[in-house]
Design a protein around this ligand. Structure first.
Ligand SMILES: [Zn+2]
Ligand SMILES: [Zn+2]
Length: 146
């Protein structure tokens, strides 16, 4: 669902709360001219709210991590999100770990649904969080397979 215009730069997606960047996009990420160079729009919005990002940290899209049905990569609709409330500071290592952890195949999702193992051991086995397992089991995530 597309929301109302909040500014010229982005649209608020009323279903997800994402602020979807409308201007320059590269690999699915929103970019903006700032201080004479092209910077990630999400960083500008986050810094406006929270101050400069520490040198050893980067931003992770929480809206992406919690949406297990997202195909990821350039098809990801969350990359362009610039809502500072959807962004979280993480180390580079955490960011890599998370993006790997959220990539489940359809077969894995079906296996999780059919498994009698505890949430905890499934989370460990598939390298995702307990709450992700819970959302898959309840059908909240990957609704298309229900
Ligand atoms: Zn978002
Ligand atoms: Zn995504």
């Amino acid at each position: 669902m597309r929301g109302r215009h909040n500014s010229l730069q982005y649209l608020v997606n009323l279903a997800t709360g994402c602020w979807e960047w409308n201007l320059v996009l590269s690999s699915g990420y929103g970019y903006v001219w700032h201080g004479g160079r092209l910077r990630k729009a999400a960083i500008i919005y986050w810094e406006k709210k929270n101050g400069p990002i520490p040198a050893n940290k980067e931003l992770d899209h929480v809206c992406h991590s919690s949406d297990l049905s997202c195909p990821g990569g350039v098809a990801c609709r969350h990359r362009r999100c610039v809502n500072p409330d959807h962004l979280e500071l993480v180390t580079h290592a955490e960011n890599i770990h998370r993006s790997r952890g959220t990539k489940l195949t359809i077969e894995q999702v079906l296996e999780i649904r059919q498994s009698n193992k505890t949430q905890r051991s499934l989370a460990r086995q598939f390298n995702v969080s307990n709450s992700n397992i819970c959302r898959i089991k309840s059908g909240e995530a990957w609704k298309c397979l229900s």
